[in-house]
Design a protein around this ligand. Structure first.
Ligand code: HEC
Length: 157
């Protein structure tokens, strides 16, 4: 997909999604990051299952939203001087772009699409292993204590 086509599609998607527009700015706070990660998760999961169901055109539209929101989280990590996390955002964003390319191939190769889905998931998971913690009692997610420089435990909700 060309950059211009991507922007037009994205604009259409963002106008359509009222909840998405709430987080349409750069990401500066941990609360904003949470909202953005949820959007990334929702749209990536949707792109994944649509790809598996071979509805590639719709998968692509969902993927564009996931990609756009993920890219916004880069600012958050740079603000907190976590270049390591920011570069994992860059790597994951590149993996989503690679998936977009596979979804745009003519003829499209379902096996290559599935491989790209797996590679993108691996990038998400690698960053979660490094920077995300799950509260055992509630199953809620948070940034690992200490990552943003606060004393351990302060990040817990
Ligand atoms: C920079 C590292 C990083 C990358 C890359 C990343 N995430 Fe996350 N993600 C996090 C952190 C940190 C949290 C915990 C933040 C929170 O939820 O408070 C999180 C939380 C989440 C959540 C839980 C949100 C909630 O609280 O309910 C989902 C879903 C999610 N990410 C999906 C994804 C997907 C899908 C990708 C890949 C396309 C991805 N993330 C890439 C760091 C990352």
């Amino acid at each position: 997909m060309t950059g211009a086509r991507r922007s037009v599609l994205l604009a259409a998607v963002l106008v359509a999604g009222a909840s998405a527009s709430a987080a349409a700015q750069k990401v500066f706070t941990a609360d904003e990051l949470r909202v953005v990660e949820r959007i990334v998760g929702t749209y990536f999961e949707s792109a994944k299952s649509l790809s598996a169901a071979q509805d590639y055109e719709t998968a692509k539209v969902r993927l564009i939203v996931a990609r756009e929101y993920l890219a916004r989280s880069w600012t958050f990590w740079m603000q907190h001087e976590r270049r390591d996390a920011a570069s994992m955002v860059t790597a994951a964003t590149a993996a989503l772009d690679a998936l977009d390319d596979r979804l745009s191939e003519v003829p499209l190769d379902p096996a290559r699409v599935q491989a790209a889905v797996q590679e993108a998931s691996a990038k998400c998971e690698a960053c979660h292993a490094a920077f995300r913690v799950e509260h055992p009692a509630t199953g809620a997610y948070d940034i690992k204590p200490g990552i943003l420089g606060e004393p351990a435990g302060q990040g817990a909700r």
